[in-house]
Design a protein around this ligand. Structure first.
Ligand code: BGC
Length: 250
């Protein structure tokens, strides 16, 4: 059997990881969570990764890591909710050096998109699938016929002079205590814009709030089929492990 890969979800508040069974798209054993160090500099985070990987001694495969940032060839080009020192850092090289493992970093929404297309709500779907994660910000993944086009950043579409995620992210709903229907109106504006610009075949709605999908998805008024994500909070870790395994095998 191939060595088991590990997926790590690196966010502003927590760093979560688990070994992943890529045949099923599921965790092998328990997920481990360690609080994100503050400040979340690359060096401090690398130390936490060493600690985390030490919890999975049997999983010796490559390591995939999600980051809330644009990532090109392993180099972070932005940093949402993490230390700005990540910008310009060759994260693949730094984390590979620090952990002694083959590490591959990927944008968080891109990882979730990969996982949903391979194992979840968009499994087997062709054409253009757009996954959006509704969380602190809005992340996006564009997947065409199963192939990811990375770093789409569609949460930053400018709508009515405003960054879309500042109006429609789940954190905005929570902060302003918006009702589901008021939030759904904002999401309708957002997804209609996405529809007009991208003509997707399917929209997948991810992020932690997708577990409450029955409260608001039916209120989003768009023409495109829109479905909640299936892997819930596992999508990032599973997608990261998949990303790393494919980078290594390619
Ligand atoms: C960032 C994206 C990220 C998304 C979700 C946005 O603010 O620009 O890179 O995918 O938040 O974390």
């Amino acid at each position: 059997m191939d060595a088991v890969p590990v997926g790590i979800d690196f966010g502003g508040s927590g760093i979560k990881g688990a070994p992943v069974d890529l045949d099923r798209g599921e965790f092998i054993g328990e997920r481990v969570r360690i609080a994100t160090p503050q400040p979340s500099t690359p060096e401090a985070v690398a130390e936490v990764f060493v600690q985390l990987l030490g919890k999975f001694p049997e999983s010796t495969g490559s390591v995939g890591v999600t980051v809330p940032a644009v990532v090109r060839n392993g180099v972070a080009g932005s940093a949402a909710n993490i230390d700005r020192a990540w910008i310009g850092t060759d994260a693949d090289a730094l984390l590979t050096e620090a952990t002694g493992r083959d590490v591959h970093v990927v944008n968080d929404a891109d990882a979730a998109g990969l996982a949903e297309v391979r194992y979840g709500a968009a499994a087997g779907r062709r054409g253009l699938v757009i996954l959006t994660t509704l969380g602190t910000g809005i992340g996006s993944a564009l997947v065409y016929d199963g192939v990811l086009v990375p770093n789409s950043e569609l949460g930053h579409l400018e709508i009515d002079g405003q960054d879309a995620e500042k109006a429609a992210a789940n954190s905005v709903r929570e902060k302003h205590d918006l009702s589901w229907s008021t939030w759904a109106e904002r999401l309708t504006t957002y997804y209609r814009t996405l529809e007009k610009l991208m003509s997707p075949d399917l929209i997948v709605l991810g992020g932690g709030v997708s577990k409450h999908a029955d409260k608001f998805v039916h209120l989003i008024d768009v023409e495109t089929e829109i479905v909640p994500a299936k892997l819930k909070n596992q999508a990032g870790i599973v997608g990261a492990a998949l990303w790393a395994a494919e980078a290594t095998s390619g």
